[in-house]
Unconditional design. Sequence first.
Length: 419
Amino acid sequence: MSLITLGINHKTAPVELRERVVFAPDKLPDALKKLIELNPVNEVAILSTCNRTELYCTLDDADYDSIVEWLGQYHKIDVNELRNYLYTYPESDTIRHMFRVATGLDSLILGEPQILGQMKDSYHEALKAGTLGSTLGRLFQHTFTVAKQIRTDTAIGSSPVSVAFAAVRLARQIFSDMQQQTALLIGAGETIELAARHLHDNGIGRMIIANRTVERAHNLAGQFDGYGIALSELPAHLSEADIVISSTASQEPVLSKDMVKLALKQRKHKPMFMVDIAIPRDIEPAVSTLEDIYLYTVDDLRDVIEEGQRTRQEAAKQADEIIDVQVQHFLAWAKSLNAVDTIREYRNRAEHSRDEILDKAKRQLQQGKSAEDVLQFLANTLTNKLLHEPSTSLRDAASQGRMELIRAAQEIFKLDNKD
C-alpha cells in the first residue's frame, strides 16, 4: 500500500488557481466520500486553506493519475493545466511533509500556528466521513505529537508573525496614527480574531466587525471595544472604514467594485487600505483599479512577512532535525505492520495448541489422574508442541548451511549463544 500527498500551495500556484481548487467546508464531506470511491484509494483526508489544498491518501498502488483527474473534474479545471501546478510526495516524503505543514515550516509565514488547527479540522472531517484507516489515522496522531514537541522544544512560535499580523503591520506603515483610523473586519474566524487583537494592541481608533452571523460579530467585537454588524449592513458602513481586512468562507465576493466605488464617493475619495486574506477572494479584483484604493491579497504580503521570518530560521533548523528523527520512528511503526499477519497466525496456532492440550488435560482429571501428573503432562506436551516445528526448521537450516536463518532465530528468541 502506498502513501501519497497530492496538492498545490502558495509556492506552486497563483491565488487565481488556488481559489478554484478550494473545498468549501460544507462540500468537504461529499468530496471525501466521492474520493474514497475511486478504485486505488483506501484512505483519504483533505486539507484546504487559503494557501494550500492537499489530498493525503493511501493507495493500493503508486498510480495517482485517477486522483488528479478526479480533482480536475470536481473543480471543473482542465487536468493538463492543473498538472503544471501540482506536487506529489510519496511514502516517507509524505510523512515529512505532513510534519512540516503542521509545524508551520511549509507555511507562507514560517512557524505560523493556525495551520495545526486546520490540520486537526481536516482529520476530524475525514474521521466523521469514515475515510480514515489505521495508517492515515496513526499518521495524523503522530503529526500532532510532533507539532506539539517542536512548539515546546524550539522557538519556532516565539515571534508574533501571522497573516493577520502582517496585514496590521502594513496598515501601520500606511497610517502612522492608528488612533485616528476606523477598521472594518469582515468575517469572524480565527484570522479575523487575530487581526482584531493586533489592531486593538496597536491602538486602533474604532473597530467594526461584520459577519454573516451577527451574534458572532457582536461577541467578537465586544472583546475589543468594537461593534458588530451583519454582512447585509456592509454598504451602509463601508464608507466609515479606513482599513478593511476580510477573511470569510464565502464562495462569492462580499465587496464588489460598485460597492467600494460608492463608499469612496461618500468618503470624498479619502484613501482606503484593503487586505483580502480570503480564498476564494472576498473583494473583487477589479476594486484594485479604483483610485485611492490600496488593495493587497495574501500573495502581496510576502515582503512584510519576510521581515518577521528571520528570527525563526534557526528554530526551523532545529525543528527539521526533530522531524528527521520522527519520520524514522513512524516508518519503523509502518514497517512493523508487515509482521502483523505473521504474528497473528503464529499466535492463533499457539492458542489452538493450548486449547487442544488443555482439553486433554481436563479429560485426564475427569478420569481420576492426579493433578500433579496432569500438570506435568500439560507442561511437557505444550512445550514440545510449540517447539517442534521451529526446532525442525532450525535443524534443516543448519544442515543446509543457512546460517542467516540461525542468526535470525537467535535475534528473535533473544538467545545468547556464546558456546
